[in-house]
Design a protein around this ligand. Structure first.
Ligand SMILES: *Cc1c(COP(=O)(O)O)cnc(C)c1O
Length: 470
């Protein structure tokens, strides 16, 4: 059987050096057990420096708010706090984590949908509130202490050309929001406007910025003085080290779905593709793994994009000319390549359909959301006893048919052996924490911070990690 093409993962040099240090890898598994999530705060710091580099070169003032929800890690939160940036939290526990990490109230912003309890918590903490809807705005006015004013951003959605969003205040309801802000101007202080788009497209963000600038003008007409434009998150990650490998794999997968080649998919999974009339239609669930453009480049593109209706001036220039501060809320871009998950092979078996199943001591939900498929290959950190390339499926330890960690064949240099370490690359952004399974009473894997110091790798439980203050 010819194995499918390889899709090698991009690894930050620091992470690659750690994986090359087999003694350090063994020490991590020995000390903290398998599986284990490893986070690399120094990679976070490098990602932050890259974004700051772009922003420092632009005309506008800015604020970076790390979107905490991307990872529960205290080490990342602490690193962000020590670096002097702000944080975006979306729950009471995230707020507590941010406070514990050392963020002062004026560098914390609460986003997402909030009930009355969360609004009370946010008010008591004295943080900025990124308002999702008119009920929230009205409730804030009612709950707030008349002696203070609450700094608010209005999250806007419903931009022409963007897909519908369940979040935010529709553009058409901006007038009602202005009325509320005017009526409660002793209690609510409009900082500015915000959006967060579930897309990678620069054109949609440019359009949203243009609409928000119109809102800024309208706000002036109500004697409101907004100074902030918050463009949310959505800067992308780079997963693959080899875009051609990704394309070759995708091609092989589609050929297999059509029955034109050997199937490399498990069962009836089509990965979001729709097979009909002798063709494969639609886009795959794994398309994010194809990206090769760095977050810094995407940000530079956006800041330099000419803003329609503003004489072709670049977006960052228009913001500066309007005395607006640019806020952004990167999540996954800050933790890109800053985390991995280590597991171990338990055994290898042959299934009735002839497939080779490599069983691991973790479940699919520990490294990805169930409805996703990761299109970079897990890495086996051991030489095979018999070097002979094979295509295998990685299987999880839940007794559920769906707990195949890869629903697709992965090319390996040979069949692995029990005890071999297996690495899942780039899991810090939503992969390791979004849906960690607690089924079958398997314990949640430990999370450990890895620090490279004096040529050695130090390991520290994530919760105990203390960043060095700049
Ligand atoms: C999730 C989220 C982010 C972070 O998004 P990324 O795509 O990880 O950068 C930023 N802002 C808001 C409001 C969010 O909900």
């Amino acid at each position: 059987m010819t194995p499918p093409p390889a899709v090698p993962a991009a690894l930050h040099p620091l992470v690659a050096a750690f994986l090359d240090d087999r003694a350090a890898v063994r020490a991590a598994l020995h000390r903290f057990g398998s599986p284990v999530h490893l986070v690399f705060p120094q990679v976070f710091t490098a990602n932050l420096a890259a974004l700051r580099g772009v922003l420092e070169g632009a005309a506008t003032r800015y604020r970076i708010c790390y979107a905490h929800k991307v990872n529960r890690s205290a080490a990342f939160a602490g690193t962000a706090a020590a670096a002097g940036i702000a944080v975006d939290v979306a729950s009471a526990r995230e707020l507590l984590s941010a406070q514990t990490a050392g963020f002062p109230a004026d560098r914390i912003e609460v986003t997402g949908p909030k009930g009355a309890a969360m609004l009370r918590t946010a008010l008591a903490a004295g943080v900025t509130i990124n308002v999702d809807n008119l009920w929230e705005l009205e409730t804030l006015a009612a709950l707030s202490d008349p002696k203070t004013t609450v700094p608010v951003l209005l999250r806007i959605s419903g931009f022409p050309g963007s897909s519908p969003s369940r979040f935010g205040i529709d553009l058409g309801d901006a007038g009602a929001a202005f009325d509320l802000l005017t009526r409660h101007r002793d209690r609510l202080r409009l900082l500015g406007f915000a959006f967060h788009l579930d897309t990678a497209a620069t054109v949609e963000r440019v359009q949203a910025v243009a609409e928000c600038l119109d809102l800024v003008e309208r706000a002036y007409g109500h004697d409101l003085m907004p100074t902030v434009l918050d463009i949310g998150g959505g800067l992308r990650q780079v997963f693959t080290a080899d875009a051609a490998g990704y394309d070759a794999y995708d091609h092989a997968l589609r050929a297999g779905l059509l029955g034109h080649g050997r199937a490399v998919h498990w069962g009836s999974n089509t990965f979001g593709y729709h097979v009909a009339d002798g063709a494969v239609h639609g886009g795959p669930v794994f398309h994010k793994y194809a990206n090769t453009e760095s977050a810094a480049d995407i940000l530079a593109d956006l800041l330099g994009a000419p803003l329609p209706g503003h004489g072709g001036r670049a977006l960052s220039r228009v913001l500066a000319d309007n005395l607006l501060e640019l806020w952004l809320e990167p999540g996954k871009a800050l933790v890109d390549q800053a985390g991995i998950t280590l597991a171990q092979v338990e055994f290898v078996k042959r299934a009735g359909n002839g497939a080779t199943l490599v069983h691991l001591d973790l479940s699919r939900d520990t490294v990805t959301a169930a409805d996703q498929e990761v299109l970079i290959d897990p890495i086996v950190l051991a030489e095979p006893v018999v070097p002979d390339a094979v295509g295998v499926y990685f299987a999880g330890h839940l007794c559920l048919e769906r707990d195949l960690i890869t629903q697709r064949q992965v090319r390996l240099a040979g069949v692995p052996a029990p005890g071999d370490p297996v690495v899942f690359a780039n899991t810090a952004g939503y992969h390791m924490d979004l849906s960690a399974a607690r089924a079958s009473m398997h314990p949640v894997p430990a999370k450990v911070a890895v620090l490279h110091r004096d040529g050695e790798f130090d390991l520290c439980p994530d919760a105990d990690y203390r960043p060095e203050v700049r």
